[in-house]
Design a binder for this molecule. Structure first.
Ligand code: ADP
Ligand code: MG
Length: 348
C-alpha cells in the first residue's frame, strides 16, 4: 500500500529557509520562509523569493513576516499559506516526475503544538497531497546527515537553524533525549547588532549583521584576524558612517549565544543513558543547519565536550533530504490515533 513513495515530496519548513526535496532530483525548491504582507488589510502579497524581493522596493505598507521565526507558529494563516505555496511550487515545477497527488512528508520545528501540526497536515492535503506525514526535525536532520538512526547505537545531532537549535540523541529509530533551544542564527545576528551599537555607537541592520557573521564570524577568537568594512548610522550624529570590524569583534559578540548552544549540548549529554553516551564518544557529534557553518564552532564544541565533532556535508540540506528519505521508512512510523504521524520513542 505504500508503493511509489520515492516519487513523493519531503518538505523542510524551516524558520529561515524552506526546502522541498524530490528523490532522484534533489532539492527542487529552496526559498526563504518569508511572507510579504500589506499592513493595511493583512493581505498576503507574495511568498518566498518573491516576498523577499518585494521588501524595500514597494510602498512602506508592505512588510516582511517570518511566520515561524521563533520555531512556533506565530501566525496561523500565513504559515498555512506558505506551506501551500511551497507544495504547489514543487508540484507545478515537477509535474512530469510526480504522481498527480504525491504523498508529502513535512518537517516543522519541534516547538509546534499538536493542533498546529494538525493544521499543517490539513494545509498539506489542501494543497494537493494524497497523504500527509510529519517528522520530528532532529530525526530528519540525522537521517539527512547519514547517521545510522535505525541501528541500536547512539547518534547525536545538533541542528542549528535561524530560530532554533535542536539537540537530540537517537537510537533504534527513536529520539532518546532531546532539547530545543530558541537560540540560533537569528540570536547571533541580534548579538552582533547589540555589540556594534555598544562598542562603535553604530546602528546596523539585520542583513549587515548576518553578513558579518557569515564572512568573518567565529566561535573562537583565533589569530586569523580578518577585517571587514561596514556602513551603519551613527547614533550620535544620525549620519551614515563606516567602521572596520574584525573577526575578533564578532567572536566576542557571539560568545554568549555560542555558549548557550554548547550548554544545551552538555545538558543533553548528561541526560543520555551511559551506553549511548559511549557510542557518541566513539562516533562523534554531527552538526547540521546553517549555523553549523559558523567557523570554528565544531572545534569549540569538540574542545568543550571532549567529543569529536563533524559538520555534515551540505548542512543546510540535511533536514529536507532526511524528510524525503523518511518516506521510504513509513513502515517504521507509528501513527497515533487522532494525531499527526511521527516517529515514536522505542524501548529496548
Ligand atoms: P532553518 O532551518 O531554521 O530555516 P537554516 O538551517 O536554513 O535555518 O539556517 C539558517 C541560519 O544559518 C541563518 O541564521 C543563517 O544566517 C545561518 N548561516 C548560514 N550560513 C552561515 C555561515 N556560513 N556561518 C554562520 N551562520 C550561517
Ligand atoms: Mg532547519
Amino acid at each position: 500500500m505504500f508503493g511509489g513513495f520515492s516519487k513523493d515530496l519531503g518538505i523542510d519548513l524551516g524558520t529561515a529557509n524552506s526546502l522541498v526535496y524530490l528523490k532522484g532530483q534533489g532539492i527542487i525548491v529552496r526559498e526563504p520562509s518569508v511572507v510579504a504582507v500589506d499592513v493595511h488589510n493583512d493581505e498576503i502579497k507574495a511568498v518566498g523569493n518573491a516576498a523577499k524581493r518585494m521588501i524595500g522596493r514597494t510602498p512602506g505598507n508592505i512588510v516582511a513576516v517570518r511566520p515561524l521565526k521563533d520555531g512556533v507558529i506565530a501566525d496561523y494563516n500565513k504559515t498555512l499559506c506558505m506551506i501551500e505555496y511551497f507544495i504547489r511550487q514543487a508540484i507545478n515545477t515537477k509535474k512530469m516526475l510526480l504522481p498527480r497527488r504525491p504523498n508529502v512528508m513535512v518537517c516543522i520545528p519541534s516547538g509546534v503544538t499538536q493542533p498546529e501540526k494538525r493544521a499543517v497536515e490539513e494545509a498539506t492535503l489542501g494543497a494537493g497531497a494524497k497523504e500527509a506525514f510529519m517528522i520530528e526535525e532532529p530525526f530528519a536532520a540525522a537521517i539527512g546527515a547519514g547517521l545510522p538512526v535505525w541501528e541500536p547505537t547512539g547518534s547525536m545531532v545538533v541542528d542549528i537553524g535561524g530560530g532554533t537549535t535542536e539537540v537530540a540523541v537517537i537510537s533504534l529509530g527513536g529520539i532518546v533525549t532531546a532539547k530545543s533551544l530558541r537560540v540560533a542564527g537569528d540570536k547571533m545576528d541580534e548579538a552582533i547588532i547589540q555589540y556594534i551599537r555598544r562598542k562603535f555607537n553604530l546602528l546596523i541592520g539585520e542583513r549587515t549583521a548576518e553578513i558579518l557573521k557569515v564572512e568573518i564570524g567565529s566561535a573562537i577568537p583565533d589569530d586569523e584576524d580578518t577585517k571587514r568594512e561596514i556602513k551603519g548610522r551613527d547614533m550620535v550624529s544620525g549620519l551614515p558612517r563606516m567602521v572596520t570590524i574584525t573577526s575578533r569583534d564578532i567572536a566576542e559578540a557571539l560568545s554568549e549565544t555560542v555558549e548557550a548552544i554548547i550548554n544545551s549540548v552538555k545538558r543533553t549529554l548528561e541526560e543520555t543513558p551511559p551506553e549511548l553516551a559511549a557510542d557518541i564518544l566513539d562516533r562523534g557529534i554531527v552538526l547540521t543547519g546553517g549555523g553549523a557553518l559558523l567557523r570554528n564552532l565544531d572545534r569549540r564544541l569538540a574542545e568543550e565536550t571532549k567529543i569529536p565533532v563533524h559538520v555534515a556535508d551540505n548542512p543546510l540540506d540535511c533536514v529536507a533530504v532526511g524528510t524525503g528519505a523518511a518516506l521510504e521508512h513509513l513502515d517504521m512510523l507509528k501513527p497515533r490515533t487522532g494525531q499527526a504521524l511521527r516517529f515514536r520513542r522505542r524501548r529496548f
